[in-house]
Write a protein that binds this ligand. Structure first.
Ligand code: GUN
Length: 300
């Protein structure tokens, strides 16, 4: 079997076009200015973070969203960062705030940045990453306002590829706050932003302490790898015919590789996302979606 390659880039382009159309439609319906604005906060000089933020800003501009970037030096203090977040919270021209993670290990004063405190300080109505406790809580209760971008992108990818997970066993490898935990919650719920076919799954969260990870992964009808370990999921850990979603973006010898050994996996799976060009582009598309939603929620 050779797997169908799930083209995240194409689906992301489709969603971005829909977001741009939504901006136009809202502008027309309101008959007054509607200028969604996303501000990315970038602390330090990490090259990967700089690329991510630049890509987010470019994508905003193409969708009719204003994208701004606030830079703080690598030796900024926690207070400077908190003050900036507060200033953006109070600025009515800003609808979405994104603090690019990870924060540098060196700044924030003697004990480093308190990332949690920074995320907690973002106004939940401007929290387009959906990382704040209010938005995480709403998601847990099945009444989310903003869905976290990467898991929401995966839901969209599955739906638009006509892949149902209802009643199936989904194994999510990884328990991060950004991907693993919200992904598991979203697929286990009764309904999703795309209906009941990309919900109602039986979900297991596996992680570095899971005993016999191979057997656990082989029991998955849909395997979602979000661990950040290059090619950790080998071909023999995949059930024949399973759907494999690779969230990993790892740089190895200057090359981007996922958490899944792609060449092996595509011989076993029925469908698989590539790296790059799979889940990555969808994260940005859903960020744009959330920014427009935030701007609408903040209309005076
Ligand atoms: N770093 C890696 N992924 C993300 C993300 O989705 N949001 C933010 N703010 N930082 C990240």
């Amino acid at each position: 079997m050779t797997a169908e390659i799930l083209d995240g880039k194409r689906i992301a382009a489709e969603i971005r076009a829909e977001v741009a159309e939504e901006v136009e439609k809202t502008r027309f319906a309101l008959k007054r200015p509607f200028h969604p604005c996303l501000v990315a906060v970038l602390v330090g000089e990490d090259p990967a973070s700089q690329v991510y933020v630049r890509n987010k800003q470019r994508a905003c501009e193409k969708a009719g969203i204003e994208g701004r970037t606030h830079r703080l030096p690598v030796d900024a203090t926690q207070q400077q960062l908190m003050d900036l977040v507060q200033q953006l919270n109070e600025d009515p021209s800003v609808h979405g705030i994104l603090v690019q993670l990870p924060l540098p290990k060196t700044g924030g004063g003697d004990s480093g940045f308190d990332e949690r405190a920074v995320l907690d300080a973002i106004d939940p109505l401007k929290d387009v990453d959906a990382f704040s406790p209010v938005n995480v809580g709403l998601l847990m209760q099945g009444r989310a306002r903003f869905l976290p971008c990467t898991p929401h992108g995966i839901v969209q990818l599955l739906h638009r590829s006509q892949i149902s997970v209802a009643g199936k066993h989904v194994v999510v490898v990884g328990r991060s706050d950004i991907v693993g935990k919200p992904m598991a919650m979203m697929l286990a719920q009764r309904n999703s932003s795309c209906g009941r076919d990309v919900a109602n799954a039986t979900v297991t969260i596996a992680h570095s302490r899971t005993e016999d990870l191979g057997a656990m992964c082989r029991s998955a009808d849909c395997l979602i790898a979000a661990v950040g370990v290059p090619e950790m999921i080998q071909g023999d850990m995949i059930k024949p015919g399973a759907v494999v979603i690779d969230v990993g973006i790892n740089r190895v010898d200057g090359r981007l590789v996922g958490d899944v050994a792609f060449e092996q996996a595509k011989q076993v799976a029925s469908a698989i996302t590539p790296v790059p060009g799979g889940v990555g582009p969808l994260t940005i598309a859903m960020l744009l979606h959330n920014t427009v939603l935030a701007a609408k929620l903040q209309l005076p």
